[in-house]
Design a protein around this ligand. Structure first.
Ligand SMILES: [Zn+2]
Length: 169
Protein backbone atom coordinates (compact mmCIF):
# COMPACT_ATOMS: atom_id res chain seq x y z
CA UNK A 1 0.00 0.00 0.00
CA UNK A 2 1.58 3.30 -1.07
CA UNK A 3 1.28 5.83 1.73
CA UNK A 4 3.16 8.59 -0.05
CA UNK A 5 -0.08 9.81 -1.65
CA UNK A 6 -1.37 10.71 1.80
CA UNK A 7 1.45 13.17 2.37
CA UNK A 8 1.62 16.64 0.82
CA UNK A 9 3.56 16.89 -2.45
CA UNK A 10 5.33 20.02 -1.33
CA UNK A 11 6.58 20.95 2.12
CA UNK A 12 4.59 23.62 3.90
CA UNK A 13 6.17 27.08 3.93
CA UNK A 14 4.46 29.67 6.05
CA UNK A 15 4.11 33.26 4.94
CA UNK A 16 1.80 35.59 6.85
CA UNK A 17 -1.04 37.40 5.10
CA UNK A 18 -0.79 41.14 4.96
CA UNK A 19 -3.32 43.70 6.12
CA UNK A 20 -3.73 46.92 4.06
CA UNK A 21 -2.10 49.76 6.01
CA UNK A 22 -5.22 51.95 5.79
CA UNK A 23 -7.30 49.29 7.53
CA UNK A 24 -4.95 48.83 10.43
CA UNK A 25 -5.15 51.91 12.66
CA UNK A 26 -8.13 53.86 11.33
CA UNK A 27 -5.94 55.27 8.57
CA UNK A 28 -3.20 56.48 10.89
CA UNK A 29 0.28 56.12 9.40
CA UNK A 30 1.89 52.79 10.19
CA UNK A 31 5.63 52.29 10.18
CA UNK A 32 7.68 49.12 10.08
CA UNK A 33 9.15 48.13 13.44
CA UNK A 34 12.27 46.82 11.72
CA UNK A 35 13.23 49.40 9.08
CA UNK A 36 11.11 52.31 10.45
CA UNK A 37 9.77 53.21 6.98
CA UNK A 38 6.13 54.15 6.68
CA UNK A 39 4.09 51.29 5.23
CA UNK A 40 1.73 52.31 2.46
CA UNK A 41 0.68 48.89 1.15
CA UNK A 42 0.53 45.73 3.24
CA UNK A 43 1.40 45.39 6.91
CA UNK A 44 2.47 42.09 8.43
CA UNK A 45 1.67 41.43 12.06
CA UNK A 46 3.91 39.56 14.44
CA UNK A 47 2.31 39.64 17.89
CA UNK A 48 2.54 43.31 18.85
CA UNK A 49 4.94 44.17 16.00
CA UNK A 50 4.19 45.36 12.49
CA UNK A 51 6.55 44.91 9.54
CA UNK A 52 6.68 45.92 5.91
CA UNK A 53 6.68 43.29 3.18
CA UNK A 54 10.42 43.47 2.51
CA UNK A 55 11.36 43.05 6.16
CA UNK A 56 8.81 40.22 6.54
CA UNK A 57 10.28 38.38 3.57
CA UNK A 58 13.80 38.74 4.94
CA UNK A 59 12.66 37.67 8.41
CA UNK A 60 10.77 34.61 7.17
CA UNK A 61 13.76 33.61 5.04
CA UNK A 62 16.17 33.87 7.98
CA UNK A 63 13.79 32.07 10.35
CA UNK A 64 13.11 29.31 7.83
CA UNK A 65 16.81 28.48 7.66
CA UNK A 66 17.01 28.32 11.45
CA UNK A 67 13.74 26.38 11.81
CA UNK A 68 14.69 23.77 9.22
CA UNK A 69 18.01 23.21 10.99
CA UNK A 70 16.21 23.01 14.34
CA UNK A 71 13.68 20.49 13.00
CA UNK A 72 16.41 18.41 11.38
CA UNK A 73 18.21 18.21 14.70
CA UNK A 74 15.31 17.87 17.12
CA UNK A 75 12.50 15.87 15.49
CA UNK A 76 12.93 12.23 16.41
CA UNK A 77 11.11 8.93 16.25
CA UNK A 78 10.31 7.89 19.81
CA UNK A 79 8.92 4.38 19.29
CA UNK A 80 8.71 1.76 16.58
CA UNK A 81 5.93 2.27 14.08
CA UNK A 82 2.88 0.02 14.14
CA UNK A 83 1.89 -1.69 10.92
CA UNK A 84 -1.19 -0.67 8.97
CA UNK A 85 -3.74 -3.44 8.61
CA UNK A 86 -5.89 -2.74 5.51
CA UNK A 87 -8.38 -5.45 6.55
CA UNK A 88 -9.44 -3.30 9.50
CA UNK A 89 -10.17 -0.23 7.44
CA UNK A 90 -13.40 1.60 8.22
CA UNK A 91 -14.64 5.14 8.21
CA UNK A 92 -17.15 6.61 10.57
CA UNK A 93 -20.31 7.78 8.80
CA UNK A 94 -21.02 11.52 8.54
CA UNK A 95 -23.78 11.00 11.14
CA UNK A 96 -21.38 9.35 13.59
CA UNK A 97 -18.88 12.15 12.97
CA UNK A 98 -21.55 14.74 13.74
CA UNK A 99 -22.34 12.96 16.98
CA UNK A 100 -18.72 13.07 18.05
CA UNK A 101 -17.99 9.42 17.29
CA UNK A 102 -15.04 10.17 15.02
CA UNK A 103 -13.18 6.91 15.23
CA UNK A 104 -11.90 5.68 11.86
CA UNK A 105 -9.24 3.29 10.66
CA UNK A 106 -7.92 4.82 7.49
CA UNK A 107 -4.47 5.64 6.11
CA UNK A 108 -4.92 9.25 7.24
CA UNK A 109 -5.96 8.24 10.76
CA UNK A 110 -3.01 5.86 10.89
CA UNK A 111 -0.53 8.52 9.75
CA UNK A 112 -1.95 10.93 12.31
CA UNK A 113 -1.66 8.28 15.04
CA UNK A 114 1.98 7.64 14.07
CA UNK A 115 2.78 11.36 14.08
CA UNK A 116 1.36 11.84 17.58
CA UNK A 117 2.51 8.62 19.24
CA UNK A 118 5.73 7.70 17.43
CA UNK A 119 7.50 11.05 17.28
CA UNK A 120 8.10 13.99 19.59
CA UNK A 121 5.87 16.19 17.39
CA UNK A 122 3.43 17.05 20.19
CA UNK A 123 6.23 18.07 22.54
CA UNK A 124 7.89 20.26 19.92
CA UNK A 125 4.74 22.14 18.91
CA UNK A 126 3.38 22.56 22.43
CA UNK A 127 3.39 26.22 23.31
CA UNK A 128 3.88 27.54 19.78
CA UNK A 129 1.99 30.77 19.30
CA UNK A 130 -0.22 31.25 16.20
CA UNK A 131 0.32 35.02 16.29
CA UNK A 132 4.10 34.75 16.15
CA UNK A 133 5.74 34.64 12.72
CA UNK A 134 8.69 32.79 14.23
CA UNK A 135 6.47 30.14 15.79
CA UNK A 136 4.47 29.65 12.58
CA UNK A 137 7.68 29.16 10.60
CA UNK A 138 8.91 26.69 13.23
CA UNK A 139 5.59 24.86 13.17
CA UNK A 140 5.81 24.22 9.43
CA UNK A 141 9.45 23.14 9.62
CA UNK A 142 8.65 20.70 12.44
CA UNK A 143 5.58 19.36 10.66
CA UNK A 144 7.54 18.87 7.41
CA UNK A 145 10.38 17.05 9.14
CA UNK A 146 8.07 14.87 11.24
CA UNK A 147 6.13 13.92 8.10
CA UNK A 148 9.40 12.85 6.49
CA UNK A 149 10.22 10.68 9.51
CA UNK A 150 6.70 9.23 9.58
CA UNK A 151 6.75 8.49 5.84
CA UNK A 152 10.11 6.74 6.14
CA UNK A 153 9.05 4.90 9.29
CA UNK A 154 5.86 3.64 7.66
CA UNK A 155 7.70 2.61 4.51
CA UNK A 156 10.18 0.53 6.46
CA UNK A 157 7.62 -1.13 8.76
CA UNK A 158 5.35 -1.94 5.80
CA UNK A 159 8.26 -3.62 4.04
CA UNK A 160 8.69 -6.14 6.84
CA UNK A 161 6.94 -9.50 6.47
CA UNK A 162 5.69 -9.73 10.00
CA UNK A 163 1.93 -9.64 10.32
CA UNK A 164 1.81 -8.11 13.73
CA UNK A 165 -0.74 -5.38 13.91
CA UNK A 166 -1.38 -3.33 16.96
CA UNK A 167 -4.88 -3.11 18.33
CA UNK A 168 -4.40 0.31 19.84
CA UNK A 169 -5.14 2.37 16.76
ZN1 LIG B 1 10.57 47.17 7.09
Amino acid sequence: MPFSEFFPDFPMAFFPSGVPANELRDGEPVSCDLCSKQITDLCYLDNEHTYCEGCTEALVKKLTGEAVAFAQENCVVTREFPKYDPSREFRCTPEQYENGDRESYTPNAYICHCRHTRTNYDDLIAGLDRDSIEDRVYYDAIRNRVDELVRDGIDSVMETDEDEYEEEL
